[in-house]
Design a protein around this ligand. Structure first.
Ligand code: IFM
Length: 435
């Protein structure tokens, strides 16, 4: 048994995203796409748009001091250059509600959904989208930066690219590496422009410092056959492309040079104040198709090699993802190289066995604490998710919440894991009985 302690001032929180919890986000591309497919539609979701006060009171009862939420672009700007003041007021109330409860808001600006007018004018394949996104970011920052210090521009850019433009199971359902590469460049540009816009707007309007980052999903890639050189090389390259390239293109310094191999013409100045880490799983990589020419492999494309997960009987979540707590330590040590504070913006599990969630949280936090002891500057942890919610194309079945949602009645019931997490948040420490 060990007592694991965290640094003073550590941020303990939960995370959600607008489309997954609010309900009735009618003006975005997901809403439109959901109409035409078999499967759950987001619909009312968790009715969090109306119930945010109750939900933030729950977050407060968990002794959290931070909460990550996203602002739905299609609500604020339902048509090009038309700002909806009522929706701005809604988010002002939500952010103020968090602050009044002693909970630091962490505001995400793009969490997978796009306003329909953006999607219809080319989405993130159009160079204009980065400009529009920066406008939105500047507008929102000028409204809320007095109340919010932490800003995440884009959530999980590589997931957005991979699911929407390479594997094609999310809108706009494209399966094309060249188009995926183009989207990656536009997202990098969008992040960089939004970074500048947020800083400019907050300095001008509020004269205060804010921290702007990206929420970067990190996969723990390991070679299928640890002794096979091809597999090891493939795992390293996949790590380079998936985990590092996007960050390197915005982190500046020597990492900018790394990004240069990913694409010509990327600007290399620093545009990142902290790194948001989203970590869930480990993935096995095999190198059978490592015959790709170098140029292709290093052109910044989303990787096209086969990679597969071993069916090796290890622990999985209810979606079949392979759980690997040590992977979060690996991610943190990798990210340490960027020399920026790291905020864990997502980590969580979908399961119907709540004791698995408790174990998951403690095991991951154990590795987080170990990394902090090794000198990694981790400033906070936000569990995904406060509530069960709409898990994109997987619908409502996966249960990620500390708090159970009955979708028929919208009744919230905190799970035992919520009480366990609350105790960790309150004590800034926990007793670990694992190995
Ligand atoms: O629900 C998602 C979230 O929107 C982004 N990160 C991963 C979560 C679980 O899949």
């Amino acid at each position: 048994m060990k007592r694991i302690e965290f640094p003073k001032g550590f941020l303990w929180g939960t995370a959600t995203s607008a489309h997954q919890v609010e309900g009735n986000n009618r003006h975005n591309d997901w809403w439109e796409w959901e109409k035409s497919r078999n499967g759950d539609r987001s619909g009312e979701a968790c009715a969090h748009y109306d119930l945010f006060e109750e939900d933030f009171t729950l977050a407060q009862s968990l002794h959290t001091n931070a909460h990550r939420l996203s602002i739905e672009w299609s609500r604020i700007e339902p048509e090009k250059d038309r700002w909806d003041e009522r929706e701005i007021e809604h988010y002002r109330r939500a952010i103020d509600s968090l602050r009044s409860k002693g909970i630091e808001p962490i505001v995400t600006l793009h969490h997978f959904t796009n306003p329909l007018w953006i999607a219809r004018s080319g989405g993130w394949e159009s160079g204009e989208t980065a400009v529009q996104f920066a406008d939105f970011a500047g507008k929102v920052a000028s409204e809320f930066a007095g109340a919010a210090r932490w800003w995440v521009t884009i959530n999980e850019p590589m997931v957005f690219i991979d699911a929407g433009y390479r594997r094609g199971h999310w809108p706009p359902q494209v399966e094309d590496d060249a188009r995926a590469t183009k989207v990656m460049r536009c997202l990098i540009r969008g992040h960089r422009m939004a970074y500048k816009a947020i800083h400019e707007a907050t300095a001008a309007r509020h004269g205060r410092e804010v921290s702007v980052g990206v929420a970067k999903n990190f996969l723990y890639f390991v070679p299928c056959r640890p002794r096979c050189l091809k597999d090891r090389w493939a795992a390293w390259l996949r790590h380079f492309q998936y985990n590092r390239l996007f960050l390197s293109a915005i982190a500046g310094g020597v990492h900018g040079c790394e990004a240069l191999v990913g694409g010509k013409g990327l600007p290399l100045k620093k545009a990142l104040d902290f790194i948001g880490l989203n970590y869930y799983i480990k993935d096995f990589v095999c190198g059978e198709r490592l015959d790709l020419p170098w140029g292709t492999a290093l052109a910044g494309r989303v990787c096209t090699w086969e990679h597969r997960q071993h069916i090796d009987g290890r622990e999985r979540n209810s979606l079949g993802w392979l759980i690997s707590p040590e992977g979060i330590g690996h991610a943190l040590h990798t990210l340490k190289g960027y020399g920026l504070p790291i905020l864990i913006t997502e980590n969580g599990i979908c399961t119907t066995d709540d004791s698995q969630r408790e174990r998951f949280i403690k095991e991951h936090l154990f590795h987080v604490a170990k990394a902090i002891q090794d000198g990694v500057n981790v400033v906070g942890y936000t569990y995904w998710s406060l509530l069960d919610n709409f898990e994109w194309h997987e619908g409502f079945e996966p249960r990620f919440g500390l708090v159970e949602v009955d979708y028929a009645t919208q009744k919230r019931t905190p799970r035992p894991s919520a009480a366990m997490y609350a105790q960790i948040c309150r004590d800034n420490a926990f007793v670990y009985d694992g190995t």
